[in-house]
Design a protein around this ligand. Sequence first.
Ligand code: NAG
Ligand code: NAG
Ligand code: NAG
Length: 900
Amino acid sequence: TIARERDEFHYGTFPEGFKWSVSTSAYQIEGGWNVDGKGESIWDTFSHTPGKRANNETGDIACDSYHKVKEDVNLVKMLGVQQYRFSISWSRIFPDGTTSYVNQAGVDYYNSLIDSLLKIGVEPVVTLYHWDLPQALEDVGGLLNETVVDRFNEYADFCFKTFGNRVKFWITFNEPYVITWLGYGIGVFAPGINSSPGEAPYQAAHNIIKAHAKAYRTYKKFYKGKQGGRIGMTMSTEWAEPKDPNNPSDVEAADRVIQSILGWFAHPIFKNGDYPEVVKKQVNERRTPSRLPVFTDAEKVEIAGTADFFAINGYTSRLEPIPGAIQATPDWLKIVPWGMRRLLNWLDREYGHPTVYITENGVGTSDATVDDQIRVNFYKAYINEALKAQQLDGVDLQGYTAWSLMDNFEWNSGYGPRFGLFEVDFNDAMRPRTPKRSSIYYNQLIRNNGFPPLQRDERITGDFPPNFIWATATSSYQPMRSPLYLKGEPTVILMLEIDGTNGDVACDSYHKFDVDIELLRSMGVSHYRFSLSWPRILPSGNRTTINQAGITYYHALIDGLLAAGIEPMVTLYHWDLPNALQDSFGGWVGAEIIDLFVEYADICFKEFGPKVKRWITFNEPWVFTVLGYGNGAHSPNIKDSGRLDYQAGKNVLLAHAKAYRLYQTQYKAVQNGEVGITCNSDWSEPRNQYRQVDYDATNRVMQFFLGWFMHPIWVNGDYPDVMKEYVAKRSAAQGEATSRLPELTTQEKSLIFGTSDFFGLNHYTTNLAYETFSPDRINEVSYYEDREANTEQDFTWPAAASVWLKDVPWGIRRLLSWIKKEYNDPPILITENGFSEEGNSHELNDWWRTKFFHGYINEVLKAIQLDNVNVIGYTAWSLMDNFEWAEGYSERFGLHWVDF
Ligand SMILES: *[C@@H]1O[C@H](CO)[C@@H](O)[C@H](O)[C@H]1NC(C)=O
Ligand SMILES: *[C@@H]1O[C@H](CO)[C@@H](O)[C@H](O)[C@H]1NC(C)=O
Ligand SMILES: *[C@@H]1O[C@H](CO)[C@@H](O)[C@H](O)[C@H]1NC(C)=O
């Protein structure tokens, strides 16, 4: 519940004047490391030292931005940002780090960049120190030598004087924690010092804080009055989540983590000029004299209050394991969007409601793809959490900066992780830049200034047509006590047992159907959809024995329903095949099954047909073929994808068609009921709406899913052309004489075509489809490989307990319209739709489920009223919590909670 509330997507926009920005840093993009008089920096030295970074890569050329001002400014322009954050390379201006010599070529480069940005209306945000200390200063002790404070001040002063007429937004240092700890503690970053991790980082930090304060004071005293700019420091931290938020010592520990990363720098600057008490205590307790240097009183006064805004870089969260965190690239980056909101709230409270700018946030990928859906989702999720902090929590957030404009040199990881909104080809001397999908997304987000509510999601009001079917559903194996326990009855097919659970007892509906009927009556449904258990009626699957007790049970259930004014809607086959049939000829893969099913249907029509007016032959053939005989996730757990699932699918179609025809010839005239089939289908959208191959993949996903069964029945007796074509093509490439998708003869096609009085649809969720063809896998045989498409979901969609299930209401409306067009406007009966929660949950206020039903049912109403789709009924899954197949009792779908 906490997670559901926490992760709710929030629609809204940022305040007017909110600054959208994008960032880079000098060493990561500029290249030109030794041209036009530039001095060396510690990163030049470090990256030229073998073994210091991945693949011995360097920033010598990087994105060659030193020679590509025009190109970079064009990228900035394409994004539509209001700011561009870049850094100045100290040694490009002062080659030896001191005022002894100014390199005019370097000054010209930054002038040209700044002027070009201003020309397109983009405000430059300039970082003075993004980790590339002049090597000459490192040679005399670098950040460990206190003289660096004056050197930095002189450099800053020069920059204010030279660029400050145009630059109004200054950042002194970027991420001092990373500089000190990685550079002077563990030594994985330049200058690579790790000889005194207990002292050097504290010393470096001390000098950074003093250097920052001094530069701030210089700006304030000499420039702020006439230039009118602002100046601050960019700090970074991970969000630390208490392992157990109810345990005060965990809460304190998490707080200590943030104080020792962020507070180390922010506390002196934003509070009292000194380190946080908790950090002093921690360090002081460990050794006397303390390794933490001490600020004099005068220094404290000088340091306190030296920031005009709070600039924060945030990427990830820690304190393992974070439930639901998604591992990204590089290793340290776990996607935890809500950590951003909590971090912003933390610093808002801690530092007295400062003005905040997020100066970096982004995610890497391990390859150079421009089809970077993960980055789209990342920005969507993180920026949404930033919006919540701004709008719901009152944090004074005034800007957001994406990291990074383009792929670049990722420090000691070389060119491995790609963080760019634009791809850079590092194998091409011209270093061409290409927009990624995420750059288009970010541009749209900026144009919308956030996430305005979508017309797509607007609710409508109105009534459903008269005689609309309102139903809820179960299936026999799920709520029933197993026949195992009942004398004289056979075993149904054994389900995969999860944690030792099975449907042996389930909801015990075999003994409690009167209770179930009371629930149904109280809900006011017009119909109840349930299934008959084939082995409860025919224990060995054939007529040899008929179990009278089973027949009596179903009569009693049906009579009870009718007495309560509820129409039965009966499924003949909801996955519980008699074991004997699986054992003797392989169940659905054997042709024998067809006539046995028809025989079973015949008995059911004869027995119950006088009272049952709506029959569903099969529930979700896709599931029991692809999962039962394909990937083996469901009973009977057979793995022969791309062969036996197709074989089973064909037999299901024939069995359905024959049962339908039997009803037409033998029963329809007298009983006057309707017979149909229920298929399940997600709605699919192209993952990348700018790639034609993803549109094609989307179509294949739909045709292999719903089309496989519904196309033969509703269109022409045969599988969809695209499915035939893809399976045949791949079969041929694999040297098969015929397609692995068994052909339907002309006779079979005419048997199948037109055999459904209504279009039974189970729908739960939406996915994003994308093309997956790879010549390397051409010899692999499987339904999924044949399809050459895969699917994923947007992780910002509200999640159910079932991993495959996200709350995407608008998908059902699009699916209903698609069905109308694709299958000649059939009468559609929605036979399942619902949302799950965790099995250990006992949360009777299931507001998220209410929201799910409200959203989906409203979209069904839109389909009827606005799109003229002929929907005749809606069924909520499920009447009560039950045995959720391979997931056992770990997922609950019920409108009623069951105490198992
Ligand atoms: C990096 O350079 C060192 C020294 O030249 C060499 O031994 C090593 O193999 C190089 N590593 C890679 C991945 O090229
Ligand atoms: C610190 O830097 C100055 C030059 O600015 C130099 O004279 C001095 O020797 C350095 N101190 C150390 C300990 O390296
Ligand atoms: C019915 O099933 C039983 C058990 O599998 C089998 O022994 C018997 O031969 C079957 N009868 C017919 C008529 O197929």
